[in-house]
Structures are given as structure tokens and as C-alpha cells.
Design a protein around this ligand. Sequence first.
Ligand SMILES: Cc1cc2nc3c(=O)[nH]c(=O)nc-3n(C[C@H](O)[C@H](O)[C@H](O)COP(=O)(O)O)c2cc1C
Length: 163
Amino acid sequence: MRILIAFTSLSGNTRDVARMVRARCEALGHAVTWVETDIQTLADVTDRPQHDLYLLGSWTDNAGRTPAEMKRFIAELVDAVGKPQRLAVFGTGETQWGEEYYCGAVRRIATFFGTRYPRLEIEQMPHGERDARKIERWTDHVLTCTDHIDKNTPHADPARLDP
Ligand SMILES: Cc1cc2nc3c(=O)[nH]c(=O)nc-3n(C[C@H](O)[C@H](O)[C@H](O)COP(=O)(O)O)c2cc1C
């Protein structure tokens, strides 16, 4: 599959998670388009915005908010491809902000797109075998679900998919 991974990261935590997700996707033979939304737009990295799967990663800003860079990217993405069905969200946050706001951006983005994929939420930077396994399991699950959707849902626009 052609997979787009787009993320925002202020201090590197979400970038670390994104790198691990990317490594897993590539190890399984998928082609990844990589967007660092803090410094790149979608148009900067590809002239083929349609992908088979979109993975969006975000840290969470004040009181559960989505960072401005990710909001800007989402507006560009929706302009280019609409709200994709095959879209999953991951991110990092800190539980000290309280349950209501913990990883709030991940939840807001998932709600905005109405995604049915599970969310991946990591506390601060990913560390240890436990987080590594959690990230790998989530990535595998999202890929498997997408395969399942592909096999069971006729595409409105089959030409959209790469051969
Ligand atoms: C100004 C500011 C506000 C934050 N607000 C929240 C919040 O509401 N909820 C949360 O879970 N984390 C919050 N955080 C914590 C970050 O989301 C968390 O440290 C995250 O892992 C940073 O990711 P990054 O290293 O990719 O930038 C806040 C951090 C900063 C700097």
C-alpha cells in the first residue's frame, strides 16, 4: 500500500512514535510518504495526495487542543482528498493534564474524521519494550483492518489505488 504518515512534534516524542510506525510499515513492504507538518506541506512532498491509508500523529497543546500546524495540514489534506475512510490517529501527551485533556488532539482528530480505527496514545516519549510492542501491535492492527476493508469494500474509484 501507499501510506501517508503526517505528524507534528514540538520536542521529538511524537516524531519518535512516527518513526517507529514508519519502520514497521516499511518492514512489511509498504511505501511511506513522510510529512513533517511543522516544516512541510502535503504539496511539498507529493503531487499524488491520494493514498491507500493515512496515519496522522500529533502532540497535544493546551487543554487538549490540536496544534496549529496539524490543523493547517488537515485543512490541506481535506481540500486535496476529502475525509478519507482509511485514516488512523496516533500521538503523545501527558497524563498530568488530566484524563479529560490527555492526548486530546488525538481524540479530536479521530472525531473530526469519524475514524473507526483504534487510536494510539503514548505517554510522553516512547520508551522500553512495552511501548515498542504497543506501537508495533497498533500498526499491525491498522494494516490488517485496512487489508480487510480493501478486500470487502468495492472502491468507489478503483483507479485511485496503485497497481
Ligand atoms: C504548552 C503545552 C500544553 C500541553 N497540553 C497538553 C494537554 O492538554 N494534554 C496532554 O496530554 N499533553 C499536553 N502537553 C504535553 C505534550 O503534548 C507532550 O509532552 C507531548 O509528548 C509532546 O510531544 P512532542 O515531543 O512530539 O512535541 C502540553 C505541552 C505543552 C508544551
